[in-house]
Design a binder for this molecule. Structure first.
Ligand code: SF4
Length: 164
């Protein structure tokens, strides 16, 4: 369940932070992700990201065996990690607060990675965040596909990103 104490969407997402994590890390639990794009939209809104630019892209990857998709938020940059002041006092980054399933956690690396097997993406889309975004329950076929940087199947591209 989401945290009812989180600020409402209209509240300021960029209140100043007093304490920054020593090694800021995002941890994404793919068992919880429903592919809703809320994290992507919240990041763009909080940081005034221009049209057509997506610090977080949520990939919808058709399962090879059929039966729906795997959803993977891929971080290519982080406004919050590189600017700790943008994480507000006691508040998590916008993507974390926007996620309806609490799939994303943010904090010190050792804290958010404790108690689970965590993997990273190494592909070109993961650019400067290879070590700073970890995934739980990252299937091998998903990691392989994203890490190869291969041209994605057209069905992997959610049409929302192609709108201008
Ligand atoms: S907001 Fe949460 S559930 Fe929605 S796409 Fe992002 S990580 Fe997945």
């Amino acid at each position: 369940m989401s945290d009812p104490t989180r600020p409402l969407p209209h509240e300021d997402l960029n209140v100043r932070s007093e304490v920054a994590p020593t090694r800021p890390t995002f941890a994404v639990d793919l068992r919880r992700c429903i592919g809703c794009h809320a994290c992507s939209v919240a990041c763009k809104t909080a940081h005034d990201v221009p049209l057509g630019v997506f610090p977080i892209r949520v990939r919808w990857l058709p399962r090879p065996e059929g039966g729906g998709h795997a959803f993977v938020p891929v971080f290519s940059e982080s406004k919050c990690k590189d600017d700790p002041a943008s994480t507000s006092a006691g508040l998590a980054p916008a993507c974390v607060r926007a996620c309806p399933t609490e799939a994303i956690r943010f904090g010190d690396h050792d804290d958010v990675t404790a108690g689970g097997a965590n993997q990273t993406l190494t592909g070109p889309e993961a650019t400067d965040l290879k070590e700073d975004v970890v995934y739980r329950d990252l299937p091998d076929w998903v990691a392989g596909k994203l890490n190869r940087g291969a041209a994605l199947d057209p069905r992997d591209e959610d049409p929302i990103y192609e709108q201008r």
